[in-house]
Design a protein around this ligand. Structure first.
Ligand SMILES: Nc1ncnc2c1ncn2[C@@H]1O[C@H](COP(=O)(O)OP(=O)(O)OP(=O)(O)O)[C@@H](O)[C@H]1O
Ligand SMILES: [Mg+2]
Length: 407
């Protein structure tokens, strides 16, 4: 394809594996979606590979579907995953600039290198380092120091680290499918890239991504990420609660949740009953819809209380002017947005993937935000030489620096 570049996102979830193929035009930089693949995920548990063969088979199925639809063979992909194997740390780096000279991109690389020299727990490796702000001599909150004069350059950085074994196993899986990895991006970063705009990030906003096994939180302010964390509770816990509450098989409980589930328990009448034989071959008893709503609401309530505790830790509970944006498939239960608004005391909305063209109806879903975000990463950080990052202009050398950090 002349003047077009094919980019591929692959989101390896605990419940679903999603592939999206896009083409980017040289001039407009618009992302045109041309292929989508989705497969069940049976070899991933809590974001980590639990069965190499099964995971590779599922990934292949997802890739092949996207290849068939797009007519493009996939050789390389931007990959995301989530789960408790991802941890974040704050770090600082300081360097001297010789002779009060002009700060160069090499100096920025050096100071980020200094910030990278943080002592991580054993078996952790850095996936990404994100500069939050720079200081030049006594001037703080500098967004981009290149071109300024000074004798001392300091950076405050956000470090995202992954468990070495988890990353290696993911790489092994991908190797078996014959696809090589462009970059591994934690799912919440990809998700934020797809659903947030620059203004929201400037004002103060949080992305809450609720997947199957975990809830991922990322908080942005003044254009950059200031906090992120992974909470080990997600949609599969809602399903497990329902299986116990309704005394039904896990598969039945998941269908029950998706077809009849709601957090709006006050809207459900005491008398409504659901006949499980309608949705299951194994379960034939009836359950009260009110009881189902109570169980679902209780678990989402708990998730948002955990999020509120995290926001309290950083002094942002009820304090984010652009509110919270919810993504991940588990936010599709009716009433989740209202519950988030009520418990967090903030504006809340569902985050649909933005700034895409092509077969958008297939991906216009909060469950696709993460994989679409990977295409945004590929488009912005993989194909351009100089571009706007969270805090302003960022250099080609910084891109290569980020790439050096990858496993
Ligand atoms: N329509 C729906 N309503 C409510 N919940 C849903 C709906 N569709 C899917 N879910 C739930 O969303 C969860 C899966 O979300 P998602 O696809 O974002 O997870 P994943 O990316 O595969 O997993 P993870 O990111 O945790 O590794 C499951 O618990 C599933 O039951
Ligand atoms: Mg996910």
């Amino acid at each position: 394809m002349a003047n077009q570049k094919v980019i591929v996102g692959l989101d390896i979830g605990s419940n679903k594996i999603r592939t999206v193929v896009g083409v980017v035009e040289d001039k407009s930089h618009a992302i045109n979606i041309i292929g989508v693949g989705i497969s069940p995920s049976n070899g991933i548990r809590k974001g980590m590979v639990s069965d190499l063969d099964e995971a590779a088979t599922n990934i292949t199925a997802s890739l092949e579907e996207a290849e068939r639809m797009s007519g493009e063979p996939v050789h390389r992909a931007w990959v995301s995953f989530s789960g408790p194997s991802i941890e974040t740390y704050d770090s600082k780096g300081v360097i001297a600039i010789g002779g009060n000279a002009e700060i160069t991109e090499d100096d920025v690389d050096r100071v980020l290198d200094a910030a990278r020299a943080v002592s991580l727990p054993a078996n952790r490796e850095i996936l990404r380092i994100i500069p939050k702000s720079f200081s030049v001599d006594s001037q703080h909150h500098v967004k981009y120091p290149v071109g300024m004069n000074g004798i001392r350059l300091e950076v405050e950085a956000h470090i995202i680290a992954g468990q070495v074994s988890a990353v290696k196993n993911l790489e092994k899986c991908l190797y078996r499918t014959g696809v090589s990895i462009e970059e591994i991006i934690p799912s919440y970063l990809a998700c934020a890239e797809a659903v947030l705009d620059r203004k929201q990030k400037e004002l103060g906003v949080a992305v809450i991504e609720i997947g199957a096994s975990s809830t991922n939180l990322a908080v942005f302010e003044e254009g950059t990420i200031i906090y992120s964390t992974v909470l080990p509770v997600g949609g599969e816990h809602v399903t497990n609660d329902l299986a116990i509450g309704a005394r039904a098989a896990i598969d039945t409980a998941d269908k029950l949740k998706i077809e009849y589930g709601t957090c709006l328990k006050d809207d459900v009448s005491e008398r409504e009953e659901i006949d499980l034989s309608q949705i299951s071959r194994t379960d034939a008893h009836t359950v009260s819809k009110k009881q189902i709503a109570n169980v679902i609401e209780a678990r989402y309530h708990e998730i948002f209380l955990m999020v509120r505790d995290e926001l309290e830790k950083i002094g942002r509970a009820g304090m984010l002017p652009a509110g919270v944006v919810l993504c991940g498939s588990a936010v599709k239960t009716p009433g989740v947005v209202d519950l988030a608004r009520e418990i967090l005391g903030l504006p809340a909305q569902i985050g649909f993937p933005r700034d895409i063209e092509g077969i958008v109806d297939r991906v216009d879903d909060p469950g696709f935000s993460t994989v679409i975000g990977l295409l945004h990463f590929a488009n912005r950080y993989g194909t351009t030489r100089s571009f706007d990052f969270d805090f302003g202009k960022i250099s080609d050398s910084l891109v290569s620096f980020f790439k050096k950090l990858l496993p």
